[in-house]
Structure formats: C-alpha cells, structure tokens
Design a protein around this ligand. Sequence first.
Ligand SMILES: [Zn+2]
Length: 1029
Amino acid sequence: MYHQPVLKNRRTLLERAEKFISDIYFTDCNLRGRLYGDTCPLQSLSSFLTPKRIPFSEAVTQTFQPYTVGDSFGPTWWTCWFKLSLTIPDKWRGKEVHLRWESDGEGMVWKDGEPVQGLTKEGEKTSYILTERFQDGEPHSMTLYVELACNGLFGAGQGSMIAAPDPNRKFSVQKADLVVFNRDVRELLTDFEMLVDIIKLLGEGDQRGFQALFTANEMVNLCDPANPSTFPAARNLAQKFFSQRNGESQHVVHAMGHCHIDSAWLWPYEETIRKCGRSWVTVIRLMEKNPNFIFTCSQAQQFQWVKEWYPGLFSQIQRFVQKGRFIPVGGTWVEMDGNLPSGESMVRQFLEGQNFFKAEFGNYCKEFWLPDTFGYSAQLPQMMQGCGITRFLTQKLSWNLVNTFPHNTFFWEGIDGSRVLTHFPPGNSYEMKGKVEDLVNTVKNNKDKGRANHSAVLFGFGDGGGGPTQLMLDRLERVWDTDGLPKVCMSSPEGLFRALQDDSGLLCTWSGELFLELHNGTYTTQAKIKRGNRQCEVLLHDVEVSSCLAMCQNKTFSYPATKLQEMWRLLLLNQFHDVLPGSCIEMVVDDALVYYKEVESSGTRLLEEACKALVSGGQADACTAVLNTLAWERTEVVSLTEEGTAPPKLALVKVPSVGLAVIQEDVTPSFPVTITTQANGTVHMENGILRAVLDQRGCLVSLSLVNTNREAIADGCLGNQFVVFDDVPLYWDAWDVMDYHFQTRKPVLEVVKPATVMSSGGLRGSVCFSLRVSGHSTITQEVILDAECPYLKFSTQVEWAESHKFLKVEFPVRVRSPNATYEIQFGHLQRPTHRNTSWDWARFEVWGHKWADLSEHGFGVAVLNDCKYGYSCHQNTLTLSLLRAPKAPDVHADMGSHRFTYALMPHMGCFQEANVIQCAYNLNFPLRLMPKAASHQQPWSAFSVSGDGVILETIKQAEAQNNALVVRLYESHGGSASVTLSTRLALREAWHCDLLERPDPKGGVPITSSGIPLDFRPFQVRSLLLHLE
Ligand SMILES: [Zn+2]
C-alpha cells in the first residue's frame, strides 16, 4: 500500500477525492453516479385534491384522477392525496428497492391504512424503502398512498423564508418511480464524505488531517466505481482510519436525535399535527433499523395531537418510550415563550405537561427543554425545581447580537436562589446533522474547556420538523472513537446531565435572567395576542377563585375542572414561542385569537355561574354585589353600566380580601375628585392623593403627590408623551427592534381634538383628547382619575395603519437611579438605566409584566399596564412600548384598532411599601359585578394574608382531589417574611406541596386559631394543599 508516488500536493489530492463523490462533476465515471441502479415507472399514479386536512379513511373513499409527474396542483395549504400502484420487476431479485418521491410539498406515505414514513425533500427524505433485499415469495405488487401537504418544511413564504406565505403557490411531484438502491455505494460515499470533512476541518495544522487525506486518496486508487468487488478494500481502509482511537481524556459528545417542531409558526396549528406525524413515524422507522438510536422529543401538546390523530403511531411511540429510546423531554405543555407568560401560566405549563407525560409514559421529565425560545425568566429555576426538574437545556443565547454568553455548562441561579444544571450545546444548534463539522465545533466552541468534558449534539432537521435521517446515523456510527475527533456516544438527556453532574466541581454560576440580546420586538408585536394572553390569564384566575368559593359556599355547585383544563390548554398552547411573541403568520394569529375568544366566552360564562352560586338566594330584594379575587381589601370606583355608556353610573365600593360586598350606592369619597380647565386650556385634576396637570395634547405637565407636594415629572419635560420611531430591523422583522431605532425618535404632536373634560369629578374625573400619528393612525385617550385611587389611568384607543413604525409612550420623571425595576413571574428584577457596558446597553428594550418602577431613595414612579410587556428605561425616562408594524411573516401585523390601559403611579418610599405591586394587580383584575345578590349580604372574605409582601396568587381545586384546594403564595418584596394565611373556609388539614401538587412527605402544616403560619425566603413560591371539611 502507498507504493505509488504521491506528490506533496494537498490540494489536488483533496479535490480528487471530492470529485470522486461529487454529485455535479464526473458523475458519469465517479462513485456518486453509481448510487442508483435501474429504474422502473409506477404502474399507475392518480390523485385527489382537497382544501381540507382529512383523515386517511375519508381520503381513500374519494375519486382519484390520473396524475402525470410534473403536473402542478395547489394552492397553498391544500392537500393532494396520491394513490400509487406499483410492481417490482422480477429481475430485481436480491436488490434493495426504493420508491423515489420528490416533491416540493411535504408527504406522508400510508400503507395498509397506517402512516409509515414522511417524505420531505427539504428534510432529505426522498425515498421510501420498499424492500431491503427483494426475495422470492415477497409480494411484487402493492398499493400505497401519499398524502401531500401543499406547503414546504418552512411553509410557503413568498420570496423569502419569513415573508408572508404566498396563498397561490402551486406544487408538483417531480419524481415518482421505483429504483434499485446500491447500499454498498452509499456506505462507501459516507466513508469518503466523512474523510473529506475531516481533511478540511482539521486543516493543515493537524497530522490527522493528512492521515485522512492519504487514506481517502488511496481509497480512490483502490476503488473502481464500475466494479463493486473493489469496494470492500476501500471500505477497509476507511474503517482502519476511523477505528484509530483517542486517548482517555478526549471530550465526549452525547448525540441525541431531535426534531424541533414549532407548534405553529410559518404554518398553522393544524399542519403541525401532520408535521408531528410525518416526523415521528420516520423516527420509528429509523429505530427499527438502528437499535442504538435515541430520540428526544418535547411538548406534551404534540404528543396529545398524535394520540388523537395517529393512535397506531402513538402506541408504537409508547413502546419505544418504554424501551428508553423515544425520550419525552421538557416537562411542559408546549415549548413556551420564556418571558411573557405569567408565573401561574408557567406553573401550568409544567403541571399540564408533567401530568401528561406521567399519565401516558409513566414518568415525569427531569429536564426542561427550550432550545429555541427568546430569553429565559430568572424565575424559571424555582419553577423547574418545584416541578421535579433540576436540569435545563437551550442554545438560543448563542444568537446574542452583542455579547457572547460566557458559559456552555453552568449552574443557573434564579431570583430566589434556586439552581439548576444548565447546558447550551456548544455546536450552537438544535438541528445538527451528525457531520464532522458539528463534532469539531462542539469541542472548539465549548467555553468550559477543562470544566465540562461532555456536550450534547442534537441531530435532525428542525423547526418545521423532519428530524434525523439514516445518513446522519451512518455518519455518527463511523466515528464513535476516532482519534482527532471527540468521542461520540448515542446518549440521552439523563446520560448527558448525569455525566455533567458527576463532574461539576469547576462549573461557574450565572445568576439572574438569561436575557436574549435579540428578538426584543417580540415583547410588543401582535398586540392582540398579548392582550388575549393577559386577559385570559386574569379570567382563568378569577374563574378558579370564584369557583372555589362557590364550591365551598354552595354544596350544589360543582367545580368546572374539565372545562378549566380545556381552557388552560388553549391558553398554554398560544404561549408557544412563535405565537405569544407574535412571530407567526397571519393564519396563526387568527387561530390564536379564536382560541382566546373561546377561553373568554367559556370563562365569562363559568365566572357568572360561580358568582350566581355565591350570591344565590337574593331574588326578592336583589342588588349588586362585587367580587374581589385578590387577597387584600380594595376600595375602588366601579362602573355599574356597560362599557362605553356615557356617562357611566359609578359607585365607590370597599370589598374585603378574596371576598364580596354589596354595593351601597350612596357612599361618598373622603375626597371627591375635582377637575378644572384653565384659561390656557390646561386641565387640573385632583383626588386628594394625586394632582395632575394636562396640556391640550394630553401630555402631563405636572403630576404630584398632594400630601408631600413631590413632583414626579422631570423639569421642563412632559409625561405621557407619545413617540414614534422608524422600526426597520436587519432581517427578523416581527422579532427585532434594533438599537438604532432610538435615533429616529419623533414626538406625536398633531392634535385632532384637544383635551376636554368627560367626567367632571366626584367619583371620577376624566379628560379626553385625540392625536394624529400620521395620515392613517390616530390615538384617542381618556385620562382618568378616580376617587381614592393612587394612580392616574390612561384608557387608550389607537387606530393603527403604519409600516415599520414603533409607537411608545414616555415618562421622563424626576428620579435618579442606576436601575429600574420590572415585574417578572412571581417577583421582580432590576436592569440598568445607564449604558456603561455592552451588557447594559444591549438591554435597550426589555420585558416586564404588569409594572415597572423607577425609584430613588424615598420616592419613585411606576408605570402599570393591563396588556403590555415591552419597556425601556434610559436615565430618567421610563418608556412603555405600545405598538409595532412589522410586515413579515404577517403582512397585516397589528393593523387596525387597539385598546389598552396603562397608569402612572408616583409614590413616596420604595415601591414595595407604596403597594405598587398590589396596584398593578388591581388595574389588571377588575372587581367583578355580581347582580342579584341579597341586600342583607354581609361583606365576606374567604382568605387573607397578614404581614407584608406575601401575595396569595392562586386558589384552585386540587388536580387529583375534589374536596381539596391548592393555594399558591409568593414573597413579592424580595425579603424574608413570616405571615399567616387565614381562611373562613373549614379546613380538615393542610400540607405544603410542590408545584405538581405532591404533598410534602415531611408531614402536614399546623392550623392555628388565627390561620396557617408560613415563612418565606425572598421571592419564594409556596403551595399548600388544603383539605376541606
Ligand atoms: Zn422554534
């Protein structure tokens, strides 16, 4: 061997090997040209076109018309069913025979009434193996069906991937025939491909690269493509190279098959169901052929879909789950957005997910899995720990536009101190292909070299599904332990994380949020989805609280557990990481809004039923009572007339904590609201707490606290200033707002209707005005000051028809602080108001929930809102993001009418002492009117919490037990607290439980005469299981 003269010319040797396997050059004489043998046409091919996604049983009863390969059909989102009759020629005995199928649509092969394999050109799946070795006795003829979706792996974007779908795209089948597949050629090609990649990737600085070069070169010498008997010698040579082993210290790659399927994105939810079917049935085929193959799969919702639509496939999956090869991961209902869902929504993601996995597969997941989500809340570690999860995998922070995240394997510590072992696959992808490049990058990019010697490689086509291929498995199969490359093992999340845990002594800790320095427009895009999310979260909270109270008060009332689960699942589905962020196509937005509507109408009905059960018996002397679902006493002005009725009939009502009170219509406030218009057109409003001065454009000239005369608005500045920015990102339109948008700031100055008084005072003073943003867009706002209310409300209506503009509202305040505070799930965190370092300024647009606050010692100003999530704060200007106008992937994103409310709340002291947190809840959770209450109904409170800072957030029926409640509380101030939870309900016993409602094995909690004493660490979330008498 190596006896021929081989000159020192690396380039020609390398290119010679490349040309030997090229699919473009020299295919007449090279190895690639021999991959396929004889071909044979199908006996017949016919088709049937339908606009709907119908089951197989319905499709096969339709009339199929003859179809000629190349003919086009469509349009986008339709389905073309094909019936194929085929006969394998006799003379192909001993050969491997494939059905070759190439189309730009996504296909599923059906055989004997069952789905058997996906066919997607973009996912490198263009053949279905009819027989691996055609033998006597095997049937020569068969009938197959192919269900072809008129969309590609990434939908049908017009011109670019993320452009809005082309509704009129035509599709075709370009190839449909039988072909002899030369497996020995495929194997040898794979050897060559791996060697060529090793030569290129290890480069000239590495002697292994040259060993690969000479091996490949000699293989070309040995191999005659026309003579398969020469192949074994060449393969042996490759095998010899691949089996030269590493030393003991080499990095270990844990390879796992994966298939990221966005639950909806550039295609609607309904298509995702088929994407799951196509992708997962193909995984099962690969498992049958590759006994070591392991596949990881997330999102309970997708399993649920497959269970409903493909029960046969679901049973096969269950069998492979039992074998530990098809591994459910993640523990959540969907891979949700990591920023915007509320604390309780996050808990329900895990609760619904983990309960599903436990019920269907026997186990809870141990890993949280969000490879593709746009940032991760600092509250997630505590949520994971509370749901039996101690490990987390993602890679999305590799997309940071500004700073490189410093770790790949580390401990992530949340705001309460909970820690989880976290891994970012250093290959920076969740859809690797098992190539040499993936392995080399994994080692090279690992930022914890010497600290962590194990990494994940997730391989398989993703986003639109597809998953692993045989070729990916064949690549990895060659290099389990090849000197120069990391060691590879087919592994599982358990295998990876156990290895990382066992050797975690040198790992670093990252404390606080994992902020993605990209996609910051997703806090604002698709405002109606954001509003639907917030409103449904509030509604489900209120339905649960009121139903629990009704269940305890009225034995005839039954808790609507099934209905609530359905509603929660719809809400959780819409929290998927391309839906709630607003990065989806218009069809998905439409579906999402329909789901919100369903939750809203069912929720409203359930709330009414619960309220009715709570106040039943008052027919004779009926009057209106008010329900307060929050755990503190509230004194507020409520409107007794339908929204939009002018003037509204108002009443001031005091309602106890988690309780109800009858409205006394003659209650007068201690300080009625006064409102006066000055000669220059400015309007003064005052309620004994706040004094506001508005100019004719609705801007706040002044806002001060009456008692201390402390001014909130910065000198010479105007609050409530609307501003518009040009908003043209670099590529990801719906996703990104770039730092440079600040340079295009334009105040909205044109007045359509100057500030005029709407409500003249007493219980409510309000002022209305309209502004023009442009020729197409207007803002109409009612500024409302209620009696007894510590904040000024801005009830806003926007007609929005812009292109690539960003609307915000600014509040320059008289506060100096290096940090602003933002509410997150069950807590809050701080972010800088300065732009010192790249880590500071990269957070120029951030997310928060119901409030954000900017405070100096002794004084601060908070902005509250009822459905917004985007904020920015630079120096002393706190800004709320309102509306964007991206054009891709939804060309109509955010066009139309919008309604939202925000509020401004200046306060003395810190925001904790000033009850900013409670006020933000009050703004979001309206007091609910309960008609037909008995007038003798005394104010009544079901639960209250004594002591500061602890919020009782959730009251629900326990999942598994009808006669038990689960209540969830959290410490909201960021300090240790000792409180007592009191209840009027008769309790038999109380237990601490985790977020999955599993009781604390250490025993019950004492119930004293004053209630249940509870201790909290800062931001701790605690759940209690309360067994009712
Ligand atoms: Zn995704």
